[in-house]
Design a binder for this molecule. Structure first.
Ligand code: SF4
Ligand code: SF4
Length: 400
């Protein structure tokens, strides 16, 4: 009998196999090469291998060529390709993320992204701040914000605040506004304070799976110490982590985004919304609330409850929303992406808001106000436009 020689699988075969984990991974074989993913991708025109071409490279067994380019780092994990794909291939979660993982293994990581990874590992947050200062945003505010372990042992609601809403000077305003609203609604809530770590979801989608798992386990360890009924968060990336990514590690908690939580309480909230917020408001759907998790109506219902608000829609809205550029590591790739593109998706978005005559761009993610406010500075026609989180607008309307 002739025994066939044992051949080791090629890298291409191993990569292909690693993509094909059920229930969706096997769909990668069903690619039609229609090009819709590449066409809809905001930076597809700059990528040597946009998603469809990457699959063609896999089929031709030349995937190693993909790894010789670094344009995969133009992927901002916006889910537009996943949404558009007629074969239902999980391009964002699987293909693009796996390609980034391989680039990391090959040591091809832009320096600014590497710094965010190092900060996450060393300090438990991407901004490189002291973990002890995680609840400093609560200092000097009127609202009461109990910290679990310090002020109480249990609460109905555990508010997971997240990195940007805890530390970024602009995004802290969203946290203060949400604390004010929770107090006004008499919600029994608490935060983790210094025990909270980065949710790790953007690091995962930027290809750092190991770091994501470490951060998820740290959060799980902290959460296990306390009693609560559900988690709420103002951060769609954290929401996505708790809803979709942590359960793959056996960490399961009921979770809602703050806009869902508040929309459910509209009857209680509406009489408190007394001060008009006059102007034309347009809503930017964050990718991790919208396309990734199908939450479109709740933020709009909240905006429409505010007296004086005239809600208008931009040309890209809801499922077709245009990414702010901050997802999947984009927050920490601004310099790299600017070098390649000499433009930012946040600037395109502001131009769309100008086109519908909006005076306020409403958002629902702590990543977004700093990105869009920077973009406004570069567009003359947008001067005077404000960026407000839905939570901030609600709190403003509650002021006497
Ligand atoms: S949209 Fe889907 S089917 Fe079409 S080329 Fe892209 S991956 Fe293939
Ligand atoms: S997730 Fe967004 S940025 Fe990444 S490849 Fe798909 S469309 Fe392009």
């Amino acid at each position: 009998m002739i025994v066939p020689p044992v051949t080791n699988p090629t890298f291409n075969e191993m990569f292909y196999a690693s993509l094909q984990t059920p229930p969706y991974g096997e769909r990668v074989r069903t690619c039609l090469q229609c090009g819709m993913c590449s066409g809809i991708c905001p930076y597809g025109y700059l990528m040597d291998f946009p998603p469809g071409r990457m699959i063609a490279a896999l089929r031709s067994e030349i995937f190693d060529r993909v790894l010789k380019t670094d344009t995969v780092w133009m992927c901002i994990a916006c889910y537009a390709c996943t949404e558009a794909c007629p074969s239902g291939i999980p391009l964002t979660e699987k293909l693009m993320t796996r390609a980034k993982e391989e680039l990391i293994l090959a040591g091809q990581v832009p320096a600014e992204l590497q710094l965010a990874f190092e900060n996450s590992q060393r300090y438990g947050n991407v901004l490189g701040q002291s973990p002890r200062k995680r609840a400093d945003w609560t200092k000097g505010i009127q609202a009461t914000v109990p910290v679990l372990g310090k002020d109480k042992k249990s609460a109905e609601v555990l508010w997971y605040v997240g990195d940007y809403a805890s530390y970024h000077p602009r995004s802290q305003s969203i946290s203060r506004a949400f604390a004010h609203i929770l107090n006004a609604l008499h919600v029994d809530f608490a935060i983790l304070g210094p025990e909270e770590s980065s949710d790790g979801d953007s690091q995962r989608l930027a290809g750092e799976r190991g770091l994501f798992e470490m951060l998820a386990q740290k959060n799980a360890q902290a959460l296990r110490k306390f009693k609560f009924k559900e988690i709420i968060t103002t951060d769609p990336h954290a929401f996505n982590a708790f809803k979709n990514a942590y359960p793959t590690l056996g960490i399961t908690y009921p979770v809602r985004h703050a806009t869902q939580f508040l929309a459910e309480r509209l009857t209680q909230l509406k009489p408190l919304l007394k001060r008009p917020v006059n102007g034309k408001v347009t809503f930017h759907d964050p990718c991790y609330l919208g396309r990734a998790n199908n939450i479109y109506d709740e933020p709009r219902a909240l905006l429409q409850a505010i007296p004086g608000v005239e809600l208008v829609e931009m040309s890209h809205s809801a499922k077709t929303s245009l990414c702010c550029g901050g997802g999947g590591g984009g927050m920490w790739l601004d310099g790299f992406q600017w070098e390649k593109a000499h433009t930012r998706t946040s600037e395109w978005r502001i131009r769309e808001a100008v086109a519908v005559g909006a005076t306020t761009l409403a958002v629902a993610c702590p990543y977004e106000p700093p990105r869009f406010e920077d973009a406004i500075k570069t567009i003359r026609e947008a001067s005077g436009m404000e960026v407000r989180d839905v939570i901030e607008l609600l709190a403003e309307s509650m002021e006497q």
